[in-house]
Design a protein around this ligand. Sequence first.
Ligand SMILES: Nc1ncnc2c1ncn2[C@@H]1O[C@H](COP(=O)(O)OP(=O)(O)OP(=O)(O)O)[C@@H](O)[C@H]1O
Length: 393
Amino acid sequence: MPPGPDLTAQERTRYARHLLLPDLGVDGQRRLRAARVLVVGAGGLGSPALLYLAAAGVGTIGVVDDDVVDVTNLQRQVVHGVADVGRPKTGSAADAVHAISPSTEVVQHTARLDASTALSVVADYDLVLDGADNFPTRYLVGDACARLGVPHVWGSVFRFDGQASVWWAGEGPCYACVFPRQPPPDAVPSCAVGGVLGAVCASIGAVMATEAVKLVTGAGEPLVGRLLVHDALRQTWDAVPVAADPGCRVCGSGADATRPLGWATTPAVTEGAPGAGGDDPASVRPAVGVEDLRVLLEDGALDGSRGLLLDVREAGEREIVTIPGAVWLTMGDLRAGAPVPVPDGGRVYVHCKTGARSAEAVDLLRARGVDAVNVEGGVLAWVRDVDPHLPTY
Ligand SMILES: Nc1ncnc2c1ncn2[C@@H]1O[C@H](COP(=O)(O)OP(=O)(O)OP(=O)(O)O)[C@@H](O)[C@H]1O
């Protein structure tokens, strides 16, 4: 990336501690000011990355996010504050960047990044920091970066664990070389279900910002061909070597640029993947809404003698909020074949957080011959529609 014009006297003062770095210096600072960096997701990882990119003097920062700030974000998404709750995250993030670096141009992409937009958005930037929280977006960003030859600085967090790498087709592996198949929806628990320590987001987000600065300035060796694995409980950092796959469907001989972005890695094109064919259980799965559930509970129909309300969430989720009267068995218990105390001829109503895991539980139970029904929208719908005074998450 070429350096821009010389630094002003004010800039020399402001970035003095950078200019003292032999690997960065005036030339590196000029490159940072000329750089265009895209941050996907102004969330847990994007927040610390944005703050350090702004403080480092990156000239243009693009921010992609289609969400608004929620009160549950504030535990880790440090570009947003209490006054930002309900605001679009892009606007809140832009204000935070400008508070640190008024001269940084912030381009707000307040929309969902999808297969129709990813290439044109990414093409405007020198590199991408991917702080998305979902697999379709990671594969989409990975595919767009690989097609454009743009470095893909990636991070991921869950509970006390984090990972980071720089995927860069042509220089080393792309994301799909190392993780060739997108897991089926809901196969991997998210932070919204399993939780995450806010400071772990800061650790991994700071690694991502460091890699961005290194890539822009040419300092050091980028985290290409290495997967950084962090365990905050043991406070360990390990770098695992990873290699490009010559047959990769995204950047290798298996690539097909005529296909839509992300196509090559979606579960639907994975041989033998769930959902690749056969009956759709969703079309035959019985369900009730939370209002009907409220009536059933008030009538005493779910007291265990005629019917049952089953909560299949994890222990930590129950610590936050429960629907009164629910019996608890986790998905892990159910998958392991744990018995459900269903009364003879009775029916089991199953709920989780939003209705996705309970749908799988209903399918498992019905395969065992149990008369099971899904509670649509889960406990979040219960809080929203039945008892808004309860906590949510
Ligand atoms: N395809 C996408 N387009 C735009 N924004 C995206 C896309 N995918 C993810 N994001 C954004 O990335 C951010 C990821 O942040 P984070 O991992 O902290 O999760 P969250 O969705 O904010 O919180 P939670 O899942 O706990 O409710 C979110 O703000 C989300 O809106």
